[in-house]
Structure formats: C-alpha cells, structure tokens
Design a protein. Structure first.
Length: 346
C-alpha cells in the first residue's frame, strides 16, 4: 500500500527579529509498510542517485542535511546559502505543476506557501521582490532539478509537497498573547502541517507517517495531540527519551458533501531526538524553513539599509538583533513602523 511520508521542522525559534518558519516535506512511497511501528525506508538510500549528505560530493549530488550543517559561514568560499538554495530549489521544482526555476524570491516563496503580504496589507519591506538565485547559477540549478526528477521517477517515489509556514513578528506576538509559551506556537504550526498531510493522505486513499524533531524537551504529546485532533483515537506506541510515537486513528464519519462519508484512516506521528539524522523529510523541511527565513530577513535588511546609512545586516538573533534595532529605531519611527511588527515579545 502506498504511504504518505512527511517530515516537519522549524527554523528561527530563538531569534528576536524575523519570522518563525516551520517547514514540511512530503513524499508518496509505493508499497511502503504503513504499520504504525514500521519506520519508512531511508530516502537517502532510495534517492541516492541524486541526493547525499555531503556538500563536497564528487558526483555533484544534492546535499540534504539539517540546515545548520549546510549554511556556510561568511568567511567560507561561495555564498553561505548556496547549498540550502540548491536543495530547496531542486525539490521545489519537483512538486507537481512547479516551474523548473524561479528568478525572484516572491515566486519561490509563493510556491512554498510562505510569500509575505505586500503593502498596504503587509509590511513595507515586502513591497519589492528580490532576485534569485543567490549562490548558484540558473543552469546548474536546472541540472540539479532534472537529476532529482529523473531519480524520483526511477525510484517510483513521488515528491508530493514542500511547504513553509512563516509566522512574522506581528502574528507571533498576537499568538504569544493567547498561549502559555512560544513552544506552543511552534507546536500549533507543526500541527497545521500535520493536518494538511492527513487530508492529503485521506484524499489519496492512504495512511500517513509523519516524522518530527522533539518539540522542546517534552517526551509526552498525547494531550496536545488530542487537542489538535479531537476526533482521533490515539494509541501511544512509544514514549521514551529517544522517541515518542503515536497512532491516530480516525473512524468513518460524515463528509462535507451531502450524503458523503469520510473513510476510516490513520496517521502515525513520531517525535524523535535528532530525527533529521534519520528522516530525509525532516532535514528537507529544515532546509526549506531556514531558506525561507533567510529570504524574509534579506528583504528586511535591504529595506532598512535604504533608510539607515552603513547599516550592517542582521540574522535577527538576540544580541545582534538589539544592535540592529538601536540603529533602525529612528528610521522605523519616522516611517511609522511599530516595534511590535519587528520585535518578538518572547
């Protein structure tokens, strides 16, 4: 039976500035074991003709790893985002109906579901799209994408989706006013992706297996899962230091269309310590989330650089974010930009 195999991960949990980005990558695997206690096959092996973990692969395969390992330093040769860009671009181009390349950040962010609203509804730094690619040439990105698509076809796997939920400071602060801590904001965003995966699996007539990294330091997730999926019967498969795994079973129920019913189905959610080392979908979700955050920060830095001479860009982390805010505060005030649209409260 085919299986919808997905991974969810975040980037930007700790910074003072910029969005919290939560990514999700999903594959359809033919003939995979959908049993709750069966781990899906290793996609690094299944797709080894096109992907690997190393950034210096002699065969020029696409590096898919935790985003922290792929982002280069400012001192390294080449653009620090070149590996993230190459991997995300290749998989985004493999989505059903996607173009083979993008020449602006707005179109790539839109494909990922993470395009920020432009003025007047959105923030002024989102008025202008910025050019892509960043650290690769368009021809090499096309080649990488074609290599991946050929390997997917050969393997029998289908790349179903790559999506990012980008929660900017304004939305983050509004949510923070309603919940106990920012870990809850991250968990709720992850569950939005999990629900989308569940619906996609149901539409395809298959079960889903979703891998996630640990959400904070907790090991028990049954209660928040029941709040997120109130009509599910939840079975605890494992709650240990290494893994917390749950089977959510959904009975047949009336569907939205008159006279229609929802088929019985199930999803497995596995929260694992260091899950990005075992699940390529988690690593890919991490990469997409990180690149999305970097593109959002690039826009913010570019906008304020036009108003603050000699402004040094920031990645948004607390110490440097405070330095950056001190420099831009007079310009932000003159432009009528409220601090809560820039700075997170938690």
């Amino acid at each position: 039976m085919p299986l919808l195999y997905a991974g969810i991960d975040e980037a930007g949990y700790g910074p003072l500035l910029g969005p919290l980005c939560v990514g999700c990558a999903a594959f359809v695997l033919p003939g995979a074991d959908a049993a709750a206690d069966a781990t899906p096959p290793c996609l690094w092996k299944l797709l080894s003709g096109a992907v690997c973990r190393a950034t210096n692969d002699k065969r020029r395969r696409i590096a898919i790893e935790d985003s922290k390992k792929l982002k280069g330093s400012k001192e390294s040769a080449g653009h620090p985002l070149r590996h993230l860009e190459r991997g995300v671009h290749a998989f985004a181009s493999a989505m059903p109906g996607a173009p083979a390349e993008w020449d602006a950040d707005a179109t790539l962010l839109a494909a990922l579901g993470a395009a920020p609203a432009a003025p007047p509804a959105g923030d002024p730094w989102n008025a202008d799209a910025l050019p892509l690619p960043l650290g690769n040439d368009a021809a090499s990105l096309r080649i990488a994408g074609a290599m991946l698509r050929a390997t997917l076809t050969k393997s029998g796997a289908e790349f179903a989706a790559l999506r990012v939920r980008a929660i900017d400071a304004r939305e983050f602060n509004a949510q923070a006013d309603r919940v106990a801590n920012k870990a809850t904001i991250n968990f709720m965003a992850a569950m939005v992706h999990a629900e989308a995966v569940r619906r996609a699996a149901l539409a395809r007539g298959m079960d889903a297996w979703i891998a996630l990294d640990r959400q904070g330091c907790r090991t028990a997730y049954r209660e928040p899962l029941q709040s997120s999926f109130p009509d599910a019967r939840i079975r605890v498969l494992d709650e240990s230091d290494a893994c917390s795994r749950y089977r959510l079973e959904f009975a047949a129920a009336p569907a939205a269309a008159p006279g229609a019913t929802r088929a019985p189905h199930a999803i497995t959610l596995s929260f694992e310590m260091g899950g990005e080392e075992r699940h390529l979908p988690i690593a890919l979700a991490s990469m997409a989330a990180k690149l999305t955050r970097e593109l959002h920060m690039r826009r913010m830095n570019a906008f304020f650089a036009r108003h603050v001479p000699e402004l040094k860009p920031t990645a948004g982390y607390v110490q440097d974010g405070r330095r950056w805010m001190e420099q831009v505060a007079p310009a932000a005030q003159a432009l009528g930009i409220a601090q809560e649209t820039l700075v997170r409260t938690r």
